[in-house]
Every structure is written in C-alpha cells, then in structure tokens.
Design a protein around this ligand. Structure first.
Ligand code: GAR
Length: 198
C-alpha cells in the first residue's frame, strides 16, 4: 500500500493538529495510507506540543528567535521537511510569514479562518467578527509567497445570526476548519482532480 507522509506546522493550541491526528493519522483513504510523520512548532510553549506527543510524534521545536533572519529560519524548516521525505506540508495555525525560499521548495497548504480573499493576516477571526459580516467561514489554500494569497482549494461558510457571540462565531469557524482541512489533505493526496468549495 502507498503511504503518503504529511508534516504539520503549528504555533499555538494545536486543535487543528489534534483533529488531523484523529481523522487522518495512519488511516487509509482510497487505498492511500496517510501518516503524520513530522510536526514542527516555532513556540516552545505551544499547547500543540503535548497534543503531538500524545499521538506519538515528538515535535521538532524550532524557535524562530534563535535564527538570525527569516531566511535562515526558513532554510532550517525546509531542511527538516526535506529530510523527512514529506509529500505535503500542512500549516495548522503556524503564525509565521514564510519566504519564497520556503514556498518554492515545499508544497504546502494553510488553514485560514476567513472566506479568503477577505480578511487576510494574523487576526482574521476578530476582524471579520468586528466587521459584522453576514457570511463567515474558513478556507484552505496553497501557500505561496503572498500572505494568505495562494489558490483557494476548499472553503465553507455559515450565516451569522444577529445575536451570535464571538465565542459562538469562533466555534462555528473551528468546526468548519476541522472538516475542510482533513478533507483537503485527503483530496490532495488521494485524488488528482480534487476541488472542494461550498
Ligand atoms: C486556527 O483558527 C487557524 O485558522 C488560525 O489559527 C488557529 C489555530 O488554532 N490560523 C491563522 O489565523 C493563520 N493566518 P489551533 O492552534 O487550535 O489549531
């Protein structure tokens, strides 16, 4: 059986990382076994570290502050990813801007908590909530040199009610993330015609 290996990069609580472990790790889809072979974190205090350990994958912790430049950090990232012979890299709450060196060398997707191209950047959830958008959601996109600017490959939305609290809004977005990110990984690794927008 073919095994496809993914790397998951994260910076924070790692709920998307854990969801990927639950839904994908060592499971078979369309005759392809998916394995989370590597996890990488840039923050030694990230909650995701214990989650990754729980599933038997010791995260590689690369503190960006230990590197002289963004370029040096990305070189190390690429080196670690290449060494692990990864088929697809998944950014799941990885809060770093990546250089063209990374984007040219690594095939990567990212989960973003807005309906791109709306609300790019680090604080998309608060921004879209404050902007009172009627329709909200999350997107999975390919990572390129433009921040949150690569081709969108999966997107799902919900209608916001007038009285929806921020907590409810966030929970709705997370629920969508937990659905569309693993589905995008499965689609990309097992189906060459994969496109999913709803
Ligand atoms: C997720 O909501 C993800 O969409 C967002 O960070 C959160 C990470 O949560 N990513 C971005 O905003 C990227 N620009 P998690 O650590 O619990 O998975």
């Amino acid at each position: 059986m073919v095994t496809k290996k993914i790397a998951v990069l994260f910076s924070g609580s790692g709920t998307n990382l854990e969801n990927l472990f639950i839904k994908l790790h060592r499971k078979v889809f369309n005759g392809v076994k998916i394995e989370i072979a590597l996890s990488i974190c840039n923050n030694e205090d990230a909650g995701g570290i214990s989650k990754s350990l729980k599933y038997g994958v010791t995260p590689v912790v690369l503190k960006h502050k230990d590197f002289a430049s963004r370029g040096d950090f990305d070189k190390k990232l690429v080196e670690v990813i290449k060494k692990a012979d990864i088929d697809l890299c998944v950014l799941a709450g990885f809060m770093r801007i990546l250089t063209p060196y990374f984007t040219k060398n690594v095939r990567a997707i990212n989960i973003h908590p807005s309906l791109l191209p709306l609300f790019k950047g680090a604080d998309a959830m608060h921004q879209s909530y404050a902007a009172n958008v009627k329709k909200a959601g999350a997107s999975v996109h390919f990572v390129n040199e433009e921040l949150d600017g690569g081709e969108v490959i999966a997107q799902k939305s919900f209608m916001r009610t007038i009285d929806m609290s921020y907590e409810e809004y966030e929970a709705n977005i997370h629920e969508i993330e937990y659905e569309i990110l693993p589905n995008a990984v499965i689609g990309l690794l097992t189906n060459s015609n994969f496109v999913s927008k709803s």
